[in-house]
Structure formats: structure tokens, C-alpha cells
Design a protein around this ligand. Structure first.
Ligand code: ADP
Length: 475
């Protein structure tokens, strides 16, 4: 927010708006000024041509009827020629049929022969007019017709200066320039003002973000004035909210981890202390306590293993060792491993496979995910219950269902079972060796494979976890 100049600032929206405003207001005015002045000159020249032409035509008729070309002594015609010349501050010449100038109001070229193309054209009967912007004059040649034959037998040349038109043009140009300068100054001020006004919400937004970053303010950010900045604020508030939730869940995770890791240690400490307190502890009790301590150590290492698995899944760029794996065989291996536990719990394990499936997966991580689901289905089952694993596929995905008719999950817990350390019944889960991390690990693994997992359950009736994983892994 420093006031120092930097080249980066040249790309600022404020400067762009400022330049655009100036360009869009000044350029049209300059074009307008130029266009109007050019049109003005053209129009004035045309008007003057018409005016001179009508006067000249009249004179040509009079010259003809007075027979002035054959006898250039008529005072009236001489006066009229001089008047025309004086009135327009120009030169009038009269050319006879031998192309000789018989009258020149400037009295410079009398007796000379003139064969300019305009004169030749007028001897052909044409009225010719032209404008010379370099020497600033309007020229006009018109035929003088023989009264009897009606054919040209002389030409009247009228050259008139257009300087007065240019003087008018210069006057208007000066006026226009003055207006242009005034408009440019006003525009400049307005452009500064508008660019400031338009960019102000962004400046405020930046200031608020800066204050928020440095902890000066903690509330939601609201900057009104522009739809865009309002929408941007909403998005930023959304990001802050996500960050806050993330931070809270991280804190909760750390406190949960500490708690979970502390519990077995506390138990071990109690067991060890009670053994140490009594020197004459019977060997049997000693053994029993040591067994409990060994169980707590197992539990501690189970939690640590689960945490390590979870951390691996949580990585931003997970390392997946993708290979083509036969999913039917993978399921058979998993179920074979869990079978003894299921038998011990008197739970039937059923595998139903609709077709042979091979897919691009990380065998270790997928195996961990599926094992967790099947183990849970056995753990949270009832005597004489079943766990049915079904496998199906289409051209895009394979579908895995793990269904049990065990204790089920209460409806209000369904949204939370994938959260880390979440357990429906904490003491029951602990009893059967749960850490509350299994489903979080499973979900992490499935998501890493770009798949999806969902759960459906009815309390007391059973639970079904449905998994969908793409057959081909696209990184
Ligand atoms: P745990 O290590 O406690 O099993 P999980 O993350 O694997 O942790 O599961 C979270 C909780 O979800 C479990 O504590 C249990 O209450 C519930 N749960 C998971 N699977 C089932 C299931 N098949 N039937 C009933 N409840 C289940």
C-alpha cells in the first residue's frame, strides 16, 4: 500500500480506466473537430462556386448579347467585369474564339493566348469549376455562346480567392481547439475522479483483507458498491470459513490423537503402578496384569499404525502404486484372512461376484479399505449374522457392496461415521479393538482412487457400504 512509484502500478485497473475514459472522450472530439472543419471548407467552397457561377452566367449572356467579344468597347460590360472582379477580390478574363485573352481585369495577360484544359473544355460547351487548396482559389470557366448559332465562341474565366473561407476555418479551428482544451481538462479531472470511485471498493477490499491477515479484524468482509466486489467478498468469506473449519478440525484431530494415544498409556501406568506398589503380588496376578499391559501396547501400536495410514492418505500428492489387479482374487484373499475372525464371532461370510473384474488400483491401499469394511461388518454384527460382499462392474466402474445384518448405525450418526475418531458407541468400539480411524482410512483410500463411498443403514437391522471405483485410473 506504499505510495511509491512502481512499474507494477502501471497495470492497475485504475490507470486502465483512467486511460480509457480519456481516450473515449478526447479521440471522438478530435475526430469531430477535424471532420467538421473539412466539411465546413468543402461546403463553403461549393456555396461560393454556385454563387459565382450564377453571376458569371448572367454576365456571359450579357457579353454575348452585347457582342462584346467582337467589339470590347461596351462601357457597361467593362464595368460589370470590373465589378465582378472587385466584389470577389478576384480576376476575370475574357477569351475570344482564337484563344486570345481580350480582357483581363488584372491587365497582365491581355493579348496572350491561353489553351488550358479548362478553357478548351469550355469551348466544347462545358461549365468547369475547380478548387485549388494549395493556392487557395476557386476557378470557373464558362462558355459564351454565339447568339445565332448557340455555340461557344468565347470563354469567361473567373478566378476567385478562397482565403476568406480559410480565415473563417482558422477562426473556427481556434474556437474548437479552445473547447477541446477545456473539455480535455474537465475530462482529465473527471477521469481521475471516476477511476478513483470505480476502484475504491477494491482498495477497501484489499485494506480489509490486509487487516484480516494481520488479525486487526476477525469478522466477515463486506464491501458494497460493485456487484463484482460483493461477489468476491462472498467467495473470500467462503474461503475463510473453510479455512476456519479446517483449522478447527485439525485442532480437534490433534486433541483426539493425544487423547487416544494417552488412554492406553494411562492404563499401562495404572497397571504398572499397582504391580510396583505391592511387592508380594502373586505370580498369577502379575501375569494377568502383564497381559493387560501387552494388550494396551498392541492397542497403542494399532492406533499409531492407523494414524500413519491416515496421514499417507491425507497427503496432497498421494503416492499410489497403481497396477492392474484382479479384484475377484483380491476379495477372495481378504475374505480368507478375515474368515477365522468371522467364524469366531459366528458370522457367515459370503462372496458374490457377478463377473471377473480387473482394475487399475493400488493393491495395498485398496485392500486396506475393503478389509476395514468387511472387518467392521463382522465386528458390529451379531451371533449367527452374515456379511455379504458383492462385486459387479460396468464399462467404467466396479461396484462393491459390503452388506451385513448386524447392529446397524443410528440415522444421526450416518453422516459422521467417516470422520476421524468417530465411533457410535465409544466403549463398545474400544472393547472390540476399534480406533475410530478405520472408515476415515477407507474413505481416504477410495477417494485417492477417484471413487466414491456411501453408507445405508437401519438400526438393529443391518448396514450396507457401497463403493464405486473407476476401472481405469487417470491421474
Ligand atoms: P472403529 O475402529 O471404531 O471400528 P471405524 O471408523 O471403522 O472405527 O468405524 C466408525 C464407527 O462406525 C464404528 O465405531 C461403529 O460405531 C460404526 N460402524 C462402522 N461399520 C459398521 C457396521 N458395519 N455396522 C454398524 N456400525 C458400524
Amino acid at each position: 500500500m506504499s505510495g511509491k512509484f512502481s512499474f507494477r502500478k502501471l497495470s492497475s485497473i485504475k490507470i486502465k480506466i483512467f486511460i480509457l475514459l480519456i481516450l473515449f472522450s478526447i479521440i471522438p472530439l478530435v475526430v469531430l473537430r477535424y471532420g467538421i472543419l473539412v466539411n465546413f471548407v468543402n461546403h463553403e467552397v461549393e456555396m461560393k462556386k454556385i454563387e459565382i457561377m450564377s453571376q458569371s452566367k448572367l454576365l456571359a449572356t450579357q457579353i454575348s448579347s452585347a457582342g462584346f467579344l467582337d467589339d470590347p468597347t461596351s462601357e457597361i460590360i467593362n464595368t460589370q467585369l470590373s465589378q465582378l472582379s472587385n466584389y470577389y477580390g478576384g480576376r476575370v478574363m475574357l477569351v475570344d474564339r482564337s484563344y486570345t485573352i481580350i480582357k483581363d481585369t488584372y491587365q497582365m495577360d491581355e493579348g496572350k493566348v491561353i489553351t488550358s484544359k479548362e478553357v478548351v473544355r469550355s469551348f466544347g460547351g462545358e461549365v468547369v469549376s475547380y478548387y485549388d487548396p494549395e493556392y487557395l482559389f476557386i476557378g470557373l470557366t464558362l462558355p459564351i455562346n454565339d447568339q445565332e448559332t448557340s455555340t461557344p465562341y468565347g470563354v469567361l474565366i473567373v478566378n476567385v480567392s478562397s482565403e476568406s473561407i480559410m480565415e473563417d476555418k482558422d477562426y473556427y479551428a481556434a474556437q474548437a481547439d479552445l473547447i477541446l482544451i477545456i473539455v480535455a481538462i474537465v475530462d482529465f479531472c473527471l477521469a481521475i475522479l471516476f477511476s478513483q470511485i470505480l476502484v475504491y471498493p477494491m482498495v477497501r477490499l484489499r485494506r480489509m483483507l490486509n487487516e484480516r491477515r494481520h488479525g486487526i479484524i476477525d469478522e466477515e468482509i463486506h464491501v458494497s458498491g460493485n456487484y463484482e466486489t460483493e461477489a468476491l467478498c462472498e467467495e473470500i468469506n467462503g474461503v475463510f470459513k473453510n479455512m476456519k473449519t479446517l483449522d478447527e478440525s485439525r485442532q480437534e484431530f490433534v486433541s483426539n490423537v493425544s487423547h487416544e494415544l494417552k488412554t492406553p498409556i494411562t492404563s499401562m501406568k495404572v497397571l504398572a503402578d499397582s504391580l510396583l506398589a505391592d511387592e508380594n503380588t502373586p505370580a498369577e496376578l502379575y501375569r494377568e496384569f502383564m497381559q493387560d499391559i501387552a494388550e494396551e501396547i498392541d492397542r497403542e501400536s494399532q492406533i499409531i499404525n492407523d494414524l500413519l495410514s491416515l496421514v499417507k492418505m491425507d497427503k496432497q500428492n498421494p503416492e499410489l502404486n497403481i497396477k492392474q489387479v484382479n479384484i475377484n482374487e483380491l476379495l477372495e484373499v481378504i475374505l480368507r484372512r478375515i474368515k477365522p475372525i468371522a467364524e469366531k464371532a459366528d458370522v457367515d461370510l459370503i462372496l458374490e461376484s457377478f463377473r471377473p473384474v480387473t482394475a487399475d488400483i493400488d493393491e495395498v491401499k485398496m485392500s486396506l479399505a475393503i478389509s476395514n469394511l468387511v472387518e467392521n461388518a463382522v465386528k458390529y454384527n451379531k451371533e449367527g449374522g452374515y456379511v455379504k460382499v458383492t462385486l459387479n462392474a460396468d464399462h467404467q466402474y466396479f461396484y462393491l457392496n459390503v452388506e451385513d445384518n448386524g447392529m446397524g448405525i443410528p440415522e444421526d450418526s450416518l453422516d459422521h461415521v467417516f470422520e476421524r475418531f468417530y465411533r457410535v458407541d465409544k466403549s463398545h468400539s474400544r472393547e472390540i479393538g476399534g480406533t475410530g480411524l478405520g472408515l476415515a482410512i477407507t474413505k481416504g483410500s477410495i477417494v485417492m482412487h477417484k471413487g466414491a463411498i456411501k453408507v445405508a443403514s437401519t438400526l438393529g437391522e443391518g448396514t450396507t457400504f457401497s463403493v464405486r471405483v473407476p476401472l481405469i485410473y487417470i491421474a
